[in-house]
Design a protein around this ligand. Sequence first.
Ligand code: IVH
Length: 812
Amino acid sequence: MHTPDLFAPPLDHAKRVAELRQALHHHAHLYHVLDAPSLPDAEYDRLFKELQALEAAHPELITPDSPTQRVGGRPLDKFAPVRHAMPMLSIRTETDTTPAGAENFDARIRRELGLTDTDPPVPYVAEPKFDGLAMSLRYEHGVLVQAATRGDGETGEEVTQNIRTIGQIPLRLPDAAPAVLEVRGEVYMRRDDFETLNERQRQKIAAGVKGEKTFVNPRNAAAGAVRQLDPAIAAQRPLSFFAYGLGEVTPAESGGPTFATHFEMLQNLKSWGFPVSELVKQGQGASELVAYYNAIGTQRDSLGFDIDGVVYKVDSLALQRQLGFVTREPRWAVAHKFPAQEMLTTVLAIDVQVGRTGKLTPVAKLAPVFVGGVTVTNATLHNEDEARRKDVRVGDTVIVRRAGDVIPEVVSVVLPSDDASCGSPTIAASERGAMFTMPKTCPVCGSAAVREEGEADYRCTGGLFCSAQRTQALAHFASRQAMDLDGFGDEYIERFAQFGWLTTVADFYQLKDKPLVGFVIREEPFTYKDGDTKTKLVRVQEDLAAKLVASVEESRTRPLRRVIFGLGIRHVGEATAKDLARFFGSLTELAQATAEVLLLIDNLGEVTAKSLLSFFSQEHNKEVLSDLLRELSPLPPMQTERVVSLSFLKLLSTLAIKKVGTKSQKLVVEAFPTPHALLEAGKRNTLQSGSVESRIFEVLSSENWQKALAQTDRLGISWSDDSEVVDGHSSLLAGKTIVITGTLDKVSRDRAKELAELAGAKTAGSVSRKTDLVVAGPGAGSKLADAQKFGIEVIDEAEYLKRLSSAGVFND
Ligand code: IVH
C-alpha cells in the first residue's frame, strides 16, 4: 500500500488526520490480524497520541471509524434488539466422532446433488469449529456500523460498543470492499488471554473486590465480555475474531462482489482486513474431510484457542444455492464434533494418597465420566491449598477437564446458582459437605504428616516404616524406566510386601526361592450359572510365577544408570542417574563419593549431593546396597560414555574460598594445570604463605579432598586446564532471580531451585520488585499474587523445565 510521509509537518489538519488514521489502521492490522508488526510499539503510540491531540483540538474531525474511538461509549442499561437483514443460521451437528461423521455428510451431499459413484469427488472447504459466539458485523460504505449477536437467529442484540474494542476487527474497510457488507464469524478468547484474565480475577477476589468471579472456560469469558454493559470493562477482556461467512452484501447487479466459491470469499475477507484462520483448507471428497478431521484433532490441544470440532462446507456457491436449506439449517454445511474435553460429574470422595517420598496428595474420586476420549474416575487436587482454593467437597458437581495426554483435572465446582449447571443435579450450597482439610497424620501408617515452612506439600514422616512409601519404593525399582521387572504390577508388589516377601528392593532377588505358585493374590466373588455365588481365590499360576522369576533374573545385568535410578534416591531422576553412572562406573564407587566429588559432576548441585550423601550414609541403605551388590552385575556405561576429564577451574569454582575470584582462579590454573601439580608445589614448600595458591593447597590437603582426589585418580579421571567452565551460565536464566511456588509434579521444589542455580540463576523465598521470574505450580498463593501485582513474568513447571533444558542443565 501507499505509505504516506508520516513525519511531515501537519500542513492541513484534516489531511494529517486522514493520513494518521490510514497508517494506524494499517499497522493495527499488521499487529492484531497478521501478527507481523512492522512498527515499534512506541512509534505506534506516538502516532496514536498525535491523532488524539488533533482530534481533541478539532472535534469536528472525529469520525466513528477513527482508531481513537474503539473504547468510548457510555455504559448501557440493556442491549437494543437488532433484526438481522439475513437470518443467522445454525448448522447441523454430527456427533459421531469417527470418520463416519464426514462420510455421512459427503454421502448426503452426493445424493442431494444426484451424483453417482463415477462422478468426481465434491470440492469442500473444511474449517475449525471455533468455540466462541457467533457475531454479525455490518459495514456500510466501509465503516463498521453495527455488531450483533446471533440471538434466536432472526433477532440478536446490538453489542457494537463492545465489539469495537476488539483490535482484530477493522473499523474501516479498504475502498475495494462492497458498500454493504455483513461479515459473520466467531468472537472468542485465546487460551493465554483467558489464563491472564482469570489470574487477574483471582487477584481481585483475593483483594476482596465485590462481585468479581473467575470464568469457567474461554467461551464463557468471551460471552461475558460481549454481554458486558460497560464498554470500558469489555475493553479489558481480550477478545479475538475469526471470519467464516457473510450476511447481507451489496448484490452483484448493484456493483457487489461475485464470488464463485466459499474459499474465494474468505480470501477476499482476508484482503479487506478480517482475520481468517490459517487452518481453513480446501479438500475433495470424504477422504480429505476425514484426513482434515484427524489432522485438526491432533493439533487441537496445541492451538492457541479452543475448538470443539470442524465444519465442512460445500465450496461452490452455486452448489450451495442448489442445495438450499432445511428449516433453519443449510444442507451444504455440517459441524463434526470432537469428543468433549469437559464434562460434569460428582465427587464421591476425596482421598489422600501417599507418594514414594511421603508426599500427601489429595485426589478427588469421581463418578466415572467419559471425557477427552477416556473414562476418568480420579483427578488430582495437587495439595491442600489447591483443594481449598477450588473448594471441592464430597457430593459436589464438578467440571472435569482432560485435554490430550494431560492428567484429568477438576476445573471448578458447579454451584446451584451457576449457569454452567444447566439444570444438572446439584446440591444446595447449605447442604454441601465440609471443606477439605489435610489430615495431620499419614492416612496409611499414622505417622505425623508435616508441612514445612514455605512448602505447599504435606509429607508423611514415616519413611520406610510407611507401607505406602515402601510399596512405592518397590514399585519404582520394578518400573519400566528402572529395572523393568515385567509382571510386577502394584497389586502383586503390595501383596508380596504384606506377606513379608518384599521389604527392600534386594528382596526381589530372593523371590525365586519362595512358593510363588498358588500364592493368593485376591479374593473375588464368583457367580455360578444357577445364580449361586461363592468367593473365588485368584492365585499366581505357574506361567506367571515363571515370568516373574525370569524377569527378575534378567534384571541382574541392567545398565548401571537404571539401577541407580531404581534406588529411588530423592532428587535423582533418570538424567542424574545417567550422569552418576558415567562418572562413577559402579555402585561401589558411587556409594563412596564425598560431597567434594559429587559437586564436580555436571548438573549436580548441593541439594542432590546432600540427598546422595544422606542416602548412602543410612545403615539401612548400606545393608540394602550390599545385598544388591551380591545379586547384581550391572552393565557399566560404555568407555566412550565415561567422564574422563574434569576442569581444574571447575574444581576451584566449587571451593568458594573467601575473596578468591574467577580471575585469580584462572591465574592459578595457568601456573598449576592440575590439582596434583599444586599439591606437589605445596609439599615442596614453594608456595608463598598466605597466597591464593597456598590457601587452595590447604583446602586440597584436607582429608575430604584427599579422599576425593584419590577417587578421581582411581576412576582414571584426568585434569584439564581449559579456562572455559562450561556451565548453564550463558543461558536465558543466567543472572535472574527466580521464585518457585506451589506444587511441582515432575521435579521436587528443592531440585527445581538447584537447577535454577546450575543455570546461573539465583532463587529467592519471596517475591519482590527485584524478582525476575516466578515459577508457579498449582496451589501457588500470595507469591503468585505478588508477582502479578509487580507485573513479574509467571511461568508453569513445564515451561520452566523447557527453559532449563535449553540452558543445558536438565534433560529428564
Ligand atoms: S458456519 C450457515 N463456520 O458454530 C453456517 N460456524 O451452529 C453458519 N461456528 O453458530 C455457521 N466455527 O457460532 C460456521 N467455521 C465455522 C464455525 C462456526 C464456529 C459456530 C457458529 C455457529 C455454530 C454452528
